[in-house]
Design a protein around this ligand. Structure first.
Ligand SMILES: Cc1cc2ncn([C@H]3O[C@H](COP(=O)(O)O)[C@@H](O)[C@H]3O)c2cc1C
Ligand SMILES: O=C(O)c1cccnc1
Length: 350
């Protein structure tokens, strides 16, 4: 499916798994004692097809886009204008993701996927604007199939640029007021779970607002026929930033990069990507379990384990940024820890 649209993603070969596990087990520690770090080291070795995996130029890309549904304020506690205002905050270095990237020495790129505002040129900002926001999916699809394909290709282009700068570890983030609603609808369509299992309070809906959000999203689902084609589902309910992340993930996996999945919204972009190319998930590390309600169920549905539980629910790639040091340490132990033989330590229990 979609093999002509996106570069093909090969399922991860486990050819080196035995040798990688042997190397991990020869490190000066009881077998398995580095827990999830050992799994990440093994995964990085399989992705990079080497016994010496390494991290080069780790980066976060934040894709920003506006949502037609958000203009009416019925599903989002904050006004649509906050998307553009937050993009300026990213460019000025003031957002949470800026602080965390600086702290962790991660490169940060911002992509205008389709914000309802014209930005001037800025060294941190890449312009891949598809339109001034999506259409309201209460009345028709959020975007055309052509726009959806364009968005996926733009996401791939953004990843290609970072890869050419030497990056092999990439985290994805998003900004788009109203995008927990898109993510909810995508989760419900792709998993077949009822809306109530997928919906949460986003940026902070109170009880009344959550009832209203649920009613509106039920209307959206009723307005469109049930669909099978992942591209059509993505175009109907997605955002430009979500479609770009869907394409970006596929490109990153095709380039054998290690992909760090952020919170609820980015996980739904991966869900769409996995329905186009199932092997993408092999290349992913799941940074955290967001406290947005649907996320835990979604991770369980995908049969994956998040690294961190920090009760975060921000987006922007902040969860991915938190997981980066864990991943870097996993690869560092593989590179730098002594083995039992090199350190002359007995590798036997008495
Ligand atoms: C100031 C501010 C900064 C944010 N940074 C990320 N989000 C997050 O909240 C939005 C989704 O929530 P909802 O669907 O409820 O609108 C997205 O933009 C997401 O990235 C933010 C939201 C706000 C208000
Ligand atoms: O988990 C997320 O990614 C999330 C949750 C709420 C609002 N924005 C993002």
């Amino acid at each position: 499916m979609n093999t002509t649209l996106m570069p093909p993603v090969a399922p991860l070969s486990r050819k080196l798994a035995g040798a990688l596990q042997e190397k991990i087990d020869q490190k000066t520690k009881p077998p398995g004692s580095l827990g999830r770090l050992e799994q990440i080291a093994l995964q990085a070795g399989l992705i990079q097809q080497t016994l010496q995996p390494e991290v080069r130029h780790p980066a976060i890309i934040v894709f920003a886009g506006d949502h037609g549904i958000a203009a009416e304020g019925l599903v989002n506690p904050y006004p649509q204008a906050v998307t553009a205002q937050m993009v300026y905050n990213f460019l000025n270095g003031g957002a949470a993701i800026n602080v965390f990237c600086k702290q962790q020495q991660l490169a940060l790129k911002i992509v205008d996927a389709g914000v309802n505002h014209i930005f001037g040129p800025h060294p941190l900002l890449t312009d891949h604007k598809i339109a001034m926001g999506t259409h309201n999916y209460l009345h028709g699809p959020a975007m055309s199939l052509d726009q959806c394909k364009l968005a996926m290709k733009a996401g791939a282009t953004a990843v290609l640029a970072l890869h050419q700068e030497g990056c092999n570890l990439i985290g994805f983030g998003e900004m788009g007021i109203g995008n927990t609603s898109s993510a909810t609808l995508l989760m419900s369509c792709f998993t077949g779970r009822p809306l109530e299992d997928c919906i949460g309070s986003g940026t902070g809906c109170n009880t009344q607002q959550l009832i209203q959000k649920t009613g509106i999203l039920q209307q959206a689902l009723a307005h469109h026929p049930p669909m099978q084609d992942p591209l059509q589902i993505l175009a109907t309910y997605g955002g430009f930033e979500i479609a770009m992340i869907c394409g970006a993930i596929q490109q990153a996996a095709a380039l054998r990069m290690l992909v760090v999945i952020d919170g609820f919204i980015v996980t739904t972009a991966l869900l769409a990507a996995a329905h186009m190319q199932p092997a993408v998930t092999d290349y992913c590390v799941f940074a955290h379990c967001s406290s947005e309600k649907g996320h835990q169920a979604l991770l369980q549905h995908m049969e994956v384990q998040p690294l961190l539980m920090l009760d975060m629910r921000l987006g922007e790639g902040t969860g991915a940024a938190m997981a980066m040091p864990v991943i870097q340490n996993a690869i560092a132990f593989m590179q730098h820890m002594a083995s039992f033989s090199s350190a002359h330590i007995s590798n036997r229990q008495h």
